[in-house]
Design a protein around this ligand. Sequence first.
Ligand SMILES: NC(=O)c1ccc[n+]([C@@H]2O[C@H](COP(=O)([O-])OP(=O)(O)OC[C@H]3O[C@@H](n4cnc5c(N)ncnc54)[C@H](OP(=O)(O)O)[C@@H]3O)[C@@H](O)[C@H]2O)c1
Length: 267
Amino acid sequence: MGTRKTIAITGASAGIGAEIARVCAARGYDLILIARREAPLLALSAELEAGHNIRAHVVTADLGAPDAARILANAVAARGLQVDGLVNNAGFSKTTGFTTTDPAAQQEMIRVMLSVPVELARLWLPAMKQRGWGRIVNVASMAGFLQATGGDTLYGPIKSFMIKFSQGLWVESQGSGVHVSVVCPGYTYTEFHDVNGSREAVSAAYPKWMWLQADRVARDAWDAVEADKPRCIPGKRYQFLSVVSKLLPDSVGLKTAASHARKLKRV
Ligand SMILES: NC(=O)c1ccc[n+]([C@@H]2O[C@H](COP(=O)([O-])OP(=O)(O)OC[C@H]3O[C@@H](n4cnc5c(N)ncnc54)[C@H](OP(=O)(O)O)[C@@H]3O)[C@@H](O)[C@H]2O)c1
């Protein structure tokens, strides 16, 4: 790999982000671990530095705050760190319905999962291209392919945006040494469904075979970006679903999505 590269990972304090950090550390990358909670970031940093010959820097940031991307980039620069790779992973959902969700929480969703990923890519990608090496992983979701559900009204559209945005970056980065991949996991065991309060409902509604392990998602995501594959769907069952969803007429897809939302008592 030559000189050691540094990968910045948002949402590294838990779930898929923490697992991507473990994969990257095992492959010899230095890391910048980013999230709001400092304690799990420090614990992960200590684990990775003890287990691998790497540095794992911790930068706390609330990516839902106004101007979060610029503030984060300044904090990273002030530490003298160069960003060679970016994993836009931080995210959460609100399943409380469009008109009954706090508008501030909706703004936060848009910032954390859409504006900040775009702004961080715009801030750090030009230098990656100039240096002739870079990696960008955007964590979207199967929800970005499927028809929109009620309840978590903004989540699917935000993830669809991330899929298309990533495709555009992939096309523009060809031949530059920068690899771009979007990863679209299905249901994955992390803190995600505890944070949005749907753990009990999703566990009752969806059988175990539908659930992915976060370490597997992380490995598939990183393998995809190293191979410069524009898209990664972990798990054969979800690869199949992504094909079927394209073939379904919208009317059928929407009915299926609505029944999903009812199962989860979101509408
Ligand atoms: N789990 C699934 O079933 C699933 C399926 C498809 C896609 N995804 C996507 O995978 C990504 C990771 O989610 P996960 O499943 O790993 O969930 P998770 O275990 O809840 O982790 C979410 C991460 O995002 C960070 N985060 C949330 N809000 C933040 C904010 N305002 N500022 C900074 N960091 C913030 C959290 O850190 P702090 O709380 O410490 O800030 C945490 O590290 C998300 O983009 C999600 O949409 C998840």
